[in-house]
Design a protein around this ligand. Structure first.
Ligand SMILES: [Zn+2]
Ligand SMILES: [Zn+2]
Length: 326
């Protein structure tokens, strides 16, 4: 099969010919239809995060059709999605407490397990989600990480009515639609001078847009930071009211600069969001068609996966980038 393989962290990332994978007991073989491109793929390929198993086929927003099922509840011909969380131990304190996202033995798709930038992929049947019928393959793919981990982050802001988004890319464009549907006001912060990004945010219902350095017209109840820039943390903290929360939604961020304790005072909270649980996935895929969430996508063929990553790195993607395999 054709696959985009990464040799090592920061190493070569190129199209190779690999044997078609075979599912073990409890796994399914998927004919990959599409796979979304996530900023985490960029961190894997660039070597910002280095704890994977190499060589690896990245890609963890897989939409595919079951070609062979060896156990589990899935049937041949069923269309499913595979997210970042690819496997957990099911036995540790975290797993038993409903925090499988924190399992020390977790395996992540396209990092520890071979991912979806390939013609075929194998997945643990218990970590596959049925995809709502109303979504074409390429529109469904961004829901599986950008949407899903974003939805987990949204769960951390309580009933915040005035909500700031820092970085208006793939996750924010999905989350804005849910937040507006829930009756919240979205304040979208972009890179300085990103007029197109600000227009994109307003088109999706943001009530205010501006550069990240600009003070919004009111104090925010909460902020979610999607951009991997640690300097945004103290900046967002300054714009959040007493008791408000700043949620860091990315897997990697540059160092956070020091800031006066007075900015944290007043029971403000800074927290991260790690990975996802299957419960998060099921909830998002249930709510998506009801909003309904519409994903904006830029589609690339498999052999142009590296171009998709370059476009994401350079901020040239509006919404989500998706690799269409068949
Ligand atoms: Zn566990
Ligand atoms: Zn992701």
């Amino acid at each position: 099969m054709r696959a985009m393989q990464l040799t090592e962290p920061g190493g070569a990332f190129r199209l190779v010919d690999l044997p078609k994978p075979r599912p073990a007991a409890g796994e399914v073989l998927l004919a990959v239809h599409a796979c979304g491109v996530c900023r985490t793929d960029l961190h894997v390929v660039d070597g910002d995060i280095v704890d994977g198993r190499y060589p690896v086929v990245p890609g963890h927003q897989i939409v595919g059709v079951v070609e062979e099922a060896r156990g589990g509840d899935l049937e041949t011909g069923q269309r499913v999605g595979v997210p970042w969380l690819g496997h957990t131990c099911g036995l540790c304190g975290f797993c038993l407490a409903g925090q499988e996202n924190l399992c020390d033995s977790a395996e992540f798709t396209g990092y520890h397990r071979q991912g979806g930038f390939a013609e075929y992929a194998v997945a643990d049947a218990r970590f596959c989600f049925p995809i709502p019928e109303s979504y074409p393959d390429v529109q469904a793919a961004p829901l599986l990480c950008a949407g899903l981990i974003g939805y987990r982050a949204l769960g951390m802001v309580g009933d915040a009515g005035q909500l700031g988004f820092y970085g208006f890319g793939n996750a924010a464009h999905i989350l804005a639609q849910i937040a507006v549907w829930e009756g919240r006001e979205v304040y979208a912060f972009t890179r300085p001078g990103d007029v197109a990004g600000q227009r994109f945010a307003r088109g999706l219902g943001a009530v205010w847009t501006g550069d990240a350095s600009v003070r919004p017209p009111c104090a925010l109840d909460a902020a979610i930071i999607f951009a991997p820039d640690g300097a945004l943390v103290p900046s967002a903290l300054k714009h959040v009211r007493k008791g408000g929360v700043v949620v860091c939604a990315g897997i990697h961020m540059s160092d956070i600069p020091s800031f006066p304790y007075a900015d944290l005072w007043g029971e403000r909270i800074i927290r991260s969001v790690a990975n996802l649980t299957r419960e998060d996935g099921l909830r998002l895929l249930e709510v998506a068609p009801r909003v309904p969430i519409r994903t904006e996508v830029q589609v690339y063929p498999l052999e142009r996966t590296a171009d998709a990553l370059d476009d994401l790195r350079e901020g040239r993607v509006e919404g989500g980038a998706v690799v269409q395999v068949r």
